[in-house]
Design a binder for this molecule. Structure first.
Ligand SMILES: Nc1ncnc2c1ncn2[C@@H]1O[C@H](COP(=O)(O)OP(=O)(O)OP(=O)(O)O)[C@@H](O)[C@H]1O
Ligand SMILES: [Mg+2]
Length: 257
């Protein structure tokens, strides 16, 4: 089963990049041929893998605008598994404006990805914190939307907007798209507000939330500074273990789908 997973939430700082990077690293280590697309002009996933944003670097912007292919733009990451990363720089913010007047603008990523899909078992797309054209392109290309949700006061409000957008995309441009699933991040087991939101999500959105919850863990926060995902840099930290378990939960779901 080929999996294209868009990691989305319109809210910033909820753990999208941390999730995309650590899932990609773990999936590759588990033997999945993996591609991570940094689809955010902030380029945080690019930095997390220590890819220098030097001039001349082929990026996802070049792919979307038709100047390079997916294969031209991949950086192979040195790991025991197969992990390719397509980097991103601030250029990508221009694409959102440039694409507005083009035909089939929602399908740019899907079209560019199609010839290379068979080269990978998992393709992860790290989205920017908005529901604009870039995120729509990611959702139009994906089989699954993974929504990291930080357990805080406004989380539920943002979540309903994301779910509404996914419904619209599913209805109009990408029928097979599923929410799979909601991931509670930066969770503190001794924080009553966190536990209340977890209860709310599990009660109201039955079956949508992953069993695995990602704890707040300073190791996850520190890893990007070393240009390596936390699951490699410190695999036994609670956050790294949680991301390894999340990968297993997704693989297990696929086996029983
Ligand atoms: N479980 C965690 N424990 C501690 N820190 C975390 C955790 N998850 C993420 N962080 C930190 O929180 C910050 C935001 O995380 P991240 O960059 O993954 O969010 P994001 O949703 O991708 O943000 P943006 O919307 O800006 O792209 C980062 O500094 C990251 O290192
Ligand atoms: Mg991010």
């Amino acid at each position: 089963m080929k999996r294209i997973i868009a990691v989305v939430n319109r809210k910033g700082g909820v753990g999208k990049t941390t999730t995309a990077v650590n899932l990609a690293a773990t999936a590759a280590a588990a033997g999945k041929r993996t591609l991570l697309i940094d689809f955010d002009p902030q380029g945080n996933a690019t930095t997390a893998f220590g890819i220098p944003k030097e001039s001349g670097l082929a990026t996802i912007y070049d792919v979307i605008t038709g100047q390079r292919t997916i294969r031209d733009a991949v950086c192979q990451i040195i790991t025991p598994g197969h992990l390719d990363v397509i980097p991103s720089t601030a250029d990508l913010s221009g694409a959102e404006v440039e694409l507005v007047t083009t035909r089939n603008r929602e399908f740019r990523l899907r079209e560019r990805l199609k010839p290379f899909e068979q080269d990978y078992d998992w393709i992860l797309i790290d989205c920017p914190p908005s529901l604009g054209l870039l995120t729509v392109n990611a959702l139009a290309a994906a089989h699954a939307a993974l929504i990291p949700l930080q357990c805080e006061f406004y989380a539920m409000e943002g979540l309903s907007q994301v779910l509404k957008t996914i419904e619209i995309i599913k209805k109009n441009i990408n029928k097979p798209l599923e929410v799979d699933g909601i991931l509670l991040t930066m969770h503190e087991g001794d924080n009553p507000r966190n536990l209340e939101i977890e209860r709310e999500v599990r009660e109201h959105l039955k079956g949508m939330a992953f069993q695995v919850v990602i704890p707040r863990d300073p190791i996850l926060n520190a890893a990007p500074r070393f240009g390596r995902p936390a699951v490699w840099y410190h695999p036994w930290s609670p956050g790294s273990l949680a991301y390894q378990n999340l990968t297993l939960e997704i693989i297990h779901k696929d086996l029983h789908a």
